[in-house]
Design a protein around this ligand. Structure first.
Ligand SMILES: [Zn+2]
Length: 430
């Protein structure tokens, strides 16, 4: 694994922030905030919505500090367990020291908060009795995405510290403020997953992202960020991964029978920032927002436990012997007229070019139009039945590709204006 070359220039900054965080819950690092500061300190701020369902503040263009991991990774992830030598060491995390073979419940809170009241969120850490990599699971970066919260609980509960090689760090609710309000966003309508790795002197979202990145993510050797669809859309359980990165490919191969979607991560996502910092990361999408879906939860847990077995962290925890061999590229099919959308397909359906995906009926005129698939492929995400307006992204079709993608492409930019990219759907790029 390679570490980003700019790492060194900012290591002092990160070290300072880490010491402040590790020193416990002191308030020494706080800075006075101008009472007139209404939080709209980002450039190119706009309230223009790319999607009718979104009240999202455009993320854009924040100065990010460089993502800095606390340690380097010299060994491919696939060999992280077999090449680990000696005895397991205590895991230092959030000011605590977790001895090998034990687990501990810690808490993380960002130092900058809206109301001045610290809001902490649990961090569950299991340090295995045997040496190995640190695998991190993060959920509810979007506060209304609940399936991942339950996945983290189930996976952590199933781990036996005595038989574990390495450590598993689980954060069930990253965006605790959004979670409490049942909202995808932070209280200022910013999407936290557009601000990683953050900035200690940036917007509130950037500060929260920075604190989380430095205090938790920097301790990971690999990361799975758990999400669901958004805005009344649901996703077939799937992995989104940049398949040009060999360690990311190791993660996807370990995750078993799950659809794998090659996607270059949007700038500002946790997946993007972690991978930039030399921490291979994937996003696991399953189901829709604001509900707990048992089948999706079980599917995700099975995938994660298969990964833990596959990379040798805990043997025979789970074995998923039927991996999805197909990589997908994908495209959204949008509604061309407004009205009541009723689907004729379901998640996971295989479709051919020209197949009927759904109908849209105008409730006043009773005029009906059809939504047909321009592609042959598989339905990997779709809107729930609802009233839509023209342009609404309704069906996400995965298009099978034989080969994994190669070559360099620019990362996608999440805050693209509608129309710049047919694949960009607000809130759907994690
Ligand atoms: Zn999400």
């Amino acid at each position: 694994m390679t570490i980003h070359p700019l790492k060194k220039t900012l290591i002092l900054l990160a070290a300072g922030a880490w010491l402040a965080g590790a020193g416990g819950w002191s308030v020494a690092g706080e800075v006075a905030v101008d009472p007139a500061d209404n939080g709209t300190d980002i450039r190119d701020d706009t309230t223009e919505d790319a999607d009718s369902r979104s009240g999202e503040v455009a993320a854009a263009v924040e100065e990010f500090v460089e993502a800095v991991p606390s340690h380097s990774h010299d060994v491919p992830l696939a060999e992280a367990v077999t090449s680990a030598e000696g005895i397991a060491e205590p895991l230092e995390l959030l000011g605590a020291e977790i001895p090998p073979g034990t687990s501990m419940r810690l808490s993380w809170s960002a130092t900058e908060l809206f109301e001045g009241v610290p809001v902490s969120t649990p961090v569950l850490a299991i340090n295995g009795a045997l040496p190995g990599p640190n695998l991190c699971l993060t959920a509810a970066v979007h506060g209304d995405e609940l399936n991942g919260v339950e996945m983290v609980r189930r996976v952590l509960h199933d781990i036996n510290p005595d038989k574990l090689s390495g450590a598993i760090i689980g954060v069930p609710i990253v965006n605790v403020q959004g979670f409490r309000r049942g909202s995808r966003y932070l209280p200022d309508r910013r999407d936290l997953n557009r601000y990683f790795p953050g900035n200690p002197t940036g917007s509130a979202a950037a500060r929260i992202a920075h604190s989380f990145f430095i205090n938790v993510v920097a301790h990971c050797d690999a990361l799975i960020d758990l999400h669901t669809g958004s805005f009344e859309r649901a996703n077939l359980p799937q992995i989104r991964a940049d398949l040009r990165n060999p360690d990311v490919v190791t993660l996807t191969q370990g995750l078993g029978g799950m659809v794998i979607l090659h996607s270059t991560p949007a700038i500002g996502t946790l997946r993007y920032a972690a991978t930039q910092a030399g921490i291979p990361a994937v996003t696991l999408e399953a189901g829709g927002p604001s509900v707990l879906e048992l089948n999706e939860v079980k599917h995700g847990v099975k995938g994660i436990e298969t990964l833990i077995s596959a990379i040798g962290m805990q043997r025979k925890l789970r074995l998923w012997s039927d991996p999805e061999p197909v990589y997908y590229r994908s495209s959204w099919v949008r509604a061309d007229s407004g009205g009541i959308l009723l689907a004729d397909v379901s998640l996971g359906s295989t479709v051919r070019e020209g197949d009927l995906l759904g109908t849209i009926t105008d409730p006043m005129s009773n005029a009906r139009s059809e939504v047909r698939s321009p592609y042959s492929g598989r339905i990997i995400g779709m809107a729930r039945n609802q009233v839509v307006m023209p342009g609404f992204a309704a069906f996400h079709v995965g298009i099978a590709t034989v080969e994994a993608p190669v070559g360099e492409t620019e990362p996608s930019v999440a805050q693209k204006k509608d129309g710049d990219s047919e694949d960009y759907v607000d809130g759907m790029s994690e």
